[in-house]
Design a protein around this ligand. Structure first.
Ligand code: 1CP
Length: 346
């Protein structure tokens, strides 16, 4: 089998013969094989065993026939070596031993050295680069989203401690954002050096901010990240949930792909962010539990809209839920490939 680079072509707005697709959380609890592995190993243990981690990453590619793999890891992984003590709690998410809220707390965070600190991640990527017939997507959390876990101490609904720090001690906030940006730049470079062919920056919770606050407290950091990664030989995807109101602010970023959730349609997303970018998205993961004709209709609409302009990658607007039947995802993937190929041909 030859290497399938359709996903990379779509990221670069080049011509493709079908719409490439991958799914956020394509490795996870909806798979019985994953649940079996998780009986023996914790999520963080899987990340530290390169052969096992590579196997978990490859499994959805084999099962679903998707056009890209995403490294199995978590956005918290690079924070451990920086000094953050955390665990990933079942049905909850990352939880810190103690949250970081003061200038001293933030000052204690040290710089990440990927080769020394995360050799197992880079080894996993090297295995995957050898074995995969589709591109591997590396990833990181974005500064705001990572900061939300560090400051809140765990998953949050309203991000009040994060906002409190941001508004009350802007210089401490800036130092936290700077340290996270340094980590992100170093970590993404190391992932690409090891063999990742694209990278996604997950700003999952940044939609909690108004456009005005994003501009003041997040934009300069994101701008620096994209500027410093300008020469990265891999397309970059920037993704946020419920961030429709922020899209116009992203139009100047030096990135290739913008990820949309389902709250904004693809044509509207393109209008807000500008024509420069490829678009990734944006099926509501909730529709994966709908009867097939409903799901098919929604997927068709997204493909039709996506193909109106060059540069489209099919994805969900956020991660797969554990309740989703794997068969549904297999059928959806096949449908996306076949239907998009027929639209492109005509
Ligand atoms: O033990 C488990 O199986 C729990 C579920 C789980 C999984 C499968 C967690 C806990 N993390 C992961 C792996 C993971 N995390 C991947 C794997 C690759 C794939 O997509 O197949 C990725 C990309 C992440 C990234 C991640 N972790 C994000 C960004 C993406 C997103 O979903 O928005 C975030 C916000 C996290 C934090 C996190 N880790 C786990 C959970 C349940 C959460 C969210 C908690 C919250 O609501 O705040």
């Amino acid at each position: 089998m030859t290497f399938n680079d359709t996903f990379l072509k779509a990221c670069l707005k080049q011509e493709v013969d079908h719409t490439p697709v991958w799914y956020m959380r394509q490795a996870g609890r909806y798979q019985s094989e994953y649940r079996e592995i998780r009986k023996k190993y914790s999520l963080l243990e899987i990340c530290k065993i390169p052969e096992l981690c590579a196997e978990v990453t490859i499994l959805p590619v084999q099962q679903l026939g998707v056009d890209a793999a995403i490294l199995f890891s978590d956005i918290m992984v690079p924070l451990g070596p920086m000094g953050v003590k955390y665990d990933i709690i079942e049905n909850r998410g990352p939880v810190l031993e103690t949250p970081y809220r003061t200038a001293e707390d933030i000052a204690s965070l040290r710089a990440l050295e990927p080769e020394e600190d995360l050799p197992y991640v880079l080894e996993t990527i090297k295995i995957l680069a050898r074995e995969l017939k589709v591109p591997l997507i590396g990833f990181t959390g974005a500064p705001f989203t990572l900061a939300s876990y560090i400051v809140e101490g765990g998953p949050s609904r309203n991000y009040i401690r994060t906002k409190q720090l941001m508004y009350s001690h802007p210089e401490v906030w800036t130092s936290l954002m700077d340290k996270l940006a340094d980590m992100i730049i170093t970590y993404l470079r190391a992932q690409v050096d090891a063999g990742a062919k694209a990278v996604q920056i997950f700003d999952s919770w940044v939609g909690a901010l108004s456009a005005q606050d994003y501009t003041k407290y997040v934009y300069p950091t994101m701008q620096r990240i994209f500027t410093e990664l300008k020469d990265l030989p891999a397309p970059k995807i920037y993704f946020g949930v419920a961030s429709g109101e922020l899209l116009p602010l992203w139009s100047e970023y030096d990135t290739e792909v913008i990820g949309l959730d389902w709250r904004v349609t693809i044509p509207e997303g393109r209008k807000r962010v500008g024509e420069k970018f490829a678009i990734q998205g944006n099926l509501d993961p909730g529709t994966l539990l709908a009867p097939w004709p409903v799901l098919e209709e929604k997927a068709k609409q997204i493909i039709d809209q996506g193909l109106e302009k060059p540069g489209f990658v099919f994805n969900l607007g956020h991660g797969i839920f554990p309740e989703v039947p794997g068969d549904m995802l297999r059928r959806l993937t096949e449908f996306i490939h076949e239907y998009s190929a027929s639209v492109i041909k005509n």
